[in-house]
Design a protein around this ligand. Structure first.
Ligand code: 8YV
Length: 327
């Protein structure tokens, strides 16, 4: 029998996916789910035919320089590929795939959870009850801010941004968006979304800003200190995309000075590290990168990885190939 391709998964994956990987390939799994060091990654790319990394693995030029001749595919478990040096992979003839679509709706749900949780003081109220500090109701007790009827500005109107727009409309928010490219008029109309060519102008007019663009060299600190200053003091910032898109230090300073009203953050610039000043604030909701973290979603993501590996090995173009030029 021909030798099965060696597929190296860097992290523990859902059981059904690991079973399938073992049936189809010579699978090297990380049953203890320990986070791999750079040395571990280099060891893996030396011999693997296929690498299945996640967001916690930095596949940079130094790692790729050590890749053996067999490594032809990096089948990322996740949509975002900012941890992979796409240009170097391409130079070395290594195909990169990701897992789009299947996590769109879950991430949009989590975004809505944050859009509601911060202005309505959900986790703050919950902490108060748990701490036994709830002394009774009164008409002016713990008032949040109304969400319906307010303006939501979506930064990055791709699949996830659009899924958020659909939900937001149902919650009575007026949807605005900034994107490099304006949507097709039919889609724009369907989403009932107002386009802003100028991000700066949109930021100055919104009540809630939600980030949905990928992290690329062009979007690093897209919400810079200067741009954050354009926000109104009653505005909220939500980020379920990548921490690097927002200048976290500048955002933290503005929250401290109450120059904006609050923030809902699922992602951070230096995960799993979180700026300790954020931990002291009541007007922020902080989540440990849970946007796509549903059991169903993780299985769907694993199935996408399997399809990408299989089609590539069978000599076809994998469905979810990523090129730097697409980002
Ligand atoms: C995952 C994500 O948790 O897909 C992404 O880009 O951030 C999340 O869905 C993670 O990337 C898995 O590698």
């Amino acid at each position: 029998a021909p030798k099965k391709p060696l597929v190296f998964a860097t992290r523990k994956l859902p059981d059904v996916i690991e079973t399938r990987l073992m049936e189809l390939f010579d699978a090297r799994l990380n049953v203890d789910d320990r986070s791999l060091t750079k040395a571990d990654l280099i060891e893996a790319v030396k011999t693997a035919d296929v690498l299945v990394p996640t967001v916690t693995d930095r596949i940079d030029a130094a790692v790729l320089a050590q890749a053996g001749p067999n490594l032809r595919l990096i089948a990322n478990f996740g949509a975002g590929v900012d941890h992979i040096d796409l240009a170097t992979a391409r130079q070395r003839g290594i195909t990169v795939t990701n897992t789009p679509d299947v996590l769109t709706e879950d991430t949009a749900d989590m975004t809505m959870a944050l859009i509601l949780a911060v202005p309505r003081r959900l986790t703050e109220g919950e902490r108060l009850v748990r701490a036994g500090r709830w002394e009774g109701w009164s008409p002016t007790f713990m008032l949040g801010r109304r969400i319906w009827g307010k303006r939501l500005g979506i930064v990055g109107m791709g699949r996830i941004g659009q899924a958020v727009a659909r939900r937001a409309k149902g919650f009575g928010l007026a949807v605005h968006y900034h994107n490099r490219k304006r949507l097709h008029p039919d889609l724009e109309q369907e989403l009932d979304a107002t386009y802003w060519e100028s991000l700066d102008q949109m930021l100055a007019r919104m009540d809630v800003i939600s980030v949905h663009c990928p992290h690329t060299p062009a979007t690093y600190h897209l919400l810079s200190a200067r741009r954050l200053k354009l926000l109104q003091p009653h505005a909220y910032v939500v980020n379920t995309a990548r921490g690097e898109v927002v200048d976290e230090a500048a955002l933290t300073r503005m929250l401290q000075k109450r120059e904006i009203a609050g923030a809902g953050l699922d992602v951070f610039e230096h995960e799993p590290a979180v700026n300790p000043k954020l931990l002291e604030m009541d007007n922020v909701v902080l989540l440990p990168h849970l946007g796509s973290a549903t059991l169903e979603g993780r299985i769907d993501m694993g199935e996408k990885v399997l399809i990408n590996i299989k089609t590539h090995i069978d000599g076809h173009n994998p469905p979810d190939r990523v090129l730097a030029s697409m980002l």
